[in-house]
Design a protein around this ligand. Structure first.
Ligand SMILES: CC(C)(COP(=O)(O)OP(=O)(O)OC[C@H]1O[C@@H](n2cnc3c(N)ncnc32)[C@H](O)[C@@H]1OP(=O)(O)O)[C@@H](O)C(=O)NCCC(=O)NCCS
Length: 381
């Protein structure tokens, strides 16, 4: 460790684990208790009693809405579902095999050019953009899902909530009430998670006073990685690869022996069960039972058992969301963008919080390279 790192010892902590870099009221993760709270409310209560729209209001406004406020937000979200035709054209021109999360990132970048207010980062306008992007994300991800399967995008329903509308626009038919409600709860569970990698990224970009769009684009980039939001797609790929519950034990042991990570397990903060996994495990079972095919749930349970026995690791949010979405008939490549359909609320809540009390985020590095190296002209090297 260099002298500089000794002066500020937290700088040397690998991956900033446990380092507190700022204060926030948006959400808290209590790793040893397995607790997650949004603006003071326990995630279990919100998952049981709330709706995604109500949670979005809560994250942005630090309190639950009145009925009139909720109605107003729903109306504004509904007015925001449509995206410029040029952006839909762009989705249609992207290569069919492009990763949907990359297309979403590009589309949000382009959306900025169609918003003349994009550079206005006043609180009032930033809130408007937060609502608008939340509506538009559902439309964009559903359209990306259809276009990559050679289908025309479906126009949004004016009066449906985000969960219903997303499933409707993706499949071209209204979801059952059960599926819409279950998906709504999935959106609640993914809405925020303190300073995870993508949210921290969003705050770093917002801290330069860049636009909401620029901050969100950066966050999508961070989300796409397999150690973050990209894990859910890889979980399903793994389950498909394993193929049968009988193969689980051998597969997992081999992966661990080869020092490969099993996606959907472990967490940088939780040292016990991720409270979101508790709900998603139930959803995976429920969806399997409704479809008369519990194979993926049973395989998941077996993987969970082997991972606990062999590594003492708990499943995280991505593990059971994979089999839940699979049983809802959602294509694998959309699992990470779906994460974004929900997390856009948390990202923007943090961006608003950053703007409200901004300080440029500029840490230091512990420089461990050489110094005073004499410059050698190129012809002498
Ligand atoms: C999420 C994650 C990055 C957290 O990382 P972390 O707490 O810093 O843990 P590390 O990556 O440093 O791993 C610590 C140890 O646990 C092991 N480990 C952690 N997650 C593991 C996993 N999913 N599968 C197998 N081993 C794992 C590591 O190999 C390491 O073991 P070692 O000490 O024997 O080398 C990590 O658990 C992971 O990569 N999980 C898989 C990806 C995933 O599901 N991401 C979504 C997160 S919500």
């Amino acid at each position: 460790m260099t002298e500089k790192a000794k002066e500020t010892p937290t700088a040397a902590a690998t991956g900033l684990r446990g380092v507190v870099v700022g204060s926030s009221t948006v959400s808290d993760v209590v790793g040893d208790k397995g607790e997650l709270i949004y603006q003071g409310y326990n995630i279990h209560d919100l998952a049981k009693d709330s709706t995604f729209e109500e949670v979005a209001f809560l994250l942005w406004n630090k309190r639950l809405p009145t009925q009139a406020e909720l109605d107003e937000l729903k109306k504004r979200l509904s007015d925001s579902y449509s995206v410029p035709g040029e952006v839909i054209d762009l989705l249609q021109r992207c290569p069919r095999d492009a990763d949907p999360i990359d297309i979403l990132r590009t589309a949000v970048s382009v959306l900025e050019s169609y918003d003349p207010t994009a550079r206005d980062i006043s609180m009032e306008n930033s809130r408007k953009i937060s609502v608008k992007l939340t509506g538009q994300f559902a439309t964009l991800v559903a359209a990306i899902g259809r276009v990559r399967n050679g289908k025309e995008p479906v126009a949004p329903l004016p009066n449906a909530n985000v969960a219903t509308n997303f499933l409707y626009m993706l499949k071209g038919e209204l979801p059952s009430e059960h599926d819409a409600k279950l998906f709504d709860t999935c959106l609640i569970l993914h809405a925020d998670h303190e300073l995870n990698a993508s949210t921290f990224t969003a705050r770093v970009v917002a801290g330069t006073l860049a636009s909401v769009y620029a901050s969100v684009v950066a966050a999508i980039g961070a989300l796409s990685g397999p150690l973050h939001g990209g894990a859910n797609t890889n979980v399903m790929k793994t389950l498909l690869d394993i193929g049968d519950v009988e193969n689980v034990e051998g597969y997992v042991k081999k992966a661990l022996a080869e020092k490969r990570k099993m996606m959907g397990f472990g967490h940088a903060v939780y040292k016990t069960e991720d409270p979101r996994a508790t709900h998603l495990r139930r959803f995976s079972k429920e969806m399997g039972e409704r479809a008369g095919d519990t194979k993926w749930y049973e395989m998941s349970r077996k993987v969970e058992e082997v991972m606990m026995r062999e590594k003492g690791l708990y499943p995280n949010v991505d593990f059971f969301s994979a089999s839940t979405y699979y049983m809802m008939g959602i294509p694998l490549a959309l699992y990470t963008p779906i994460f974004a359909v929900s997390r856009i609320t948390g990202w923007t809540a943090h961006i608003l919080e950053q703007y409200a009390d901004n300080k440029l985020i500029r840490p230091r590095a512990d420089y461990v390279g050489p110094r005073n190296v004499p410059y050698v002209p190129i012809e002498q090297r």
